[in-house]
Ligand binder design. Sequence first.
Ligand SMILES: [Mg+2]
Length: 271
Amino acid sequence: MLKLFQVKAVILDWAGTAVDHGSLAPVAALKRVFAENGVEISAAEARRDMGLLKKDHIRAIAGYDRVAGEWSRVHGRAPEESDVDRIFREFLPKQAEILEEFSRPIEGIPEAVARWRAAGLRIGSTTGYTRALLQLVIPGAARLGYSPDASVTPEDAGAGRPAPFMCYRNAIELGVYPLWAYVKIGDTPSDIAEGRNAGMWTIGITRTGNEVGLSREEFENLTPEARESAERKAAERLRSAGADYIAASAAECDPIFEEIDGRLASGERPA
Ligand SMILES: [Mg+2]
């Protein structure tokens, strides 16, 4: 049984960490809205800045040289803020169409959260989704067994990642402090930056997340060498963003919590 004395709370990202194995749903929705605006984007382009507030993410994609060039070829001018506004408005109904993919908990997450709660942890969450987008995801995830104690979007906190304010807002809603007793878990470099900026321990997620970017079936169909290589590359990206620890899935973090608990007990604090 998991026993913790120092670690008090966990903050989980949503897509690719708690739900939506591979963070596939936002990639599909982003590809569709750009295609409907005459510009095809690749999955890699859709993933590069994943984790940012969705409107900031759309603006970043529209600004990539290749995408902006293609946009100019199709529309006769470079993409403007009004285009970002429109694509962002079109994103919400796209998400609603594929809601189940957005909402399905990653295997093992409901059980892990039950173990963590039994060990006394509170469960917070942050995201790059707007409140309207997350409100679509929360009930579906709850029906399928995942329901954090607090859910904060960039709008609720005044800014998205890499700012730490969503983490601060979670701390207020959960009523738990200090921040060094928190572990932030996420699958993108912006998740790690957010956790570090908040003064929390950070765990980067490889196998189920955006950096590997595959469904569970797709991942399992890879050769062992290809799996190892995909996880290693994801781990490198997350480590260079400053992750304290790496795990294949958030459901496999219990031994890391125990290690952090021991480090806190000996007086260590997150870097
Ligand atoms: Mg994510």
